[in-house]
Design a protein around this ligand. Structure first.
Ligand code: ZN
Length: 136
């Protein structure tokens, strides 16, 4: 398995618009895309920081994963995502090693990436996402 870099850090926020203001006006970053991912019941905003993105996540459904996360823990870091080559093989290898997979097969995430999540119980407490941009 080859991880090339941290693709993005996912941060759960209550209000996307207000959070974007902080990232733009205080941190001086530029939001380059806003996208709704119906499958994950979120609206996302993206900022580029070097080759890594910050992905802000606002829930569109209180029963969705981000809605539940905010309800339990409040706003904050939700997951980190590694860019990998050969996501299917990476998942198969991890399955063999007994790592608990939330997604046994990749699905489509924001920006058309193939993504899959690993369970935090198997990763020392971090919700990890693998992603691969097959258009590259
Ligand atoms: Zn993500």
């Amino acid at each position: 398995m080859h991880i090339s870099h941290i693709e993005h850090i996912g941060i759960a926020v209550k209000n996307l618009e207000e959070s974007i203001k902080f990232y733009e006006e205080v941190l001086g970053l530029k939001c380059y895309a806003i996208e709704e991912v119906a499958d994950q019941r979120v609206k996302t905003a993206f900022f580029m920081v070097g080759q890594t993105k910050v992905e802000l996540l606002e829930s569109t459904d209180p029963e969705g994963p981000i809605g539940k996360f905010i309800d339990k823990k409040g706003e904050g870091v939700h997951h980190m995502a590694f860019a990998v080559k050969g996501i299917e093989d990476a998942l198969a290898t991890m399955d063999e090693k007994g790592i608990r997979l939330i997604d046994k097969a990749p699905r489509k995430g924001a920006e058309g990436l193939d993504i899959a999540f690993l369970h935090p119980k198997s990763t020392h407490g971090v919700l990890m996402e693998l992603c691969e941009d097959k258009n590259k």
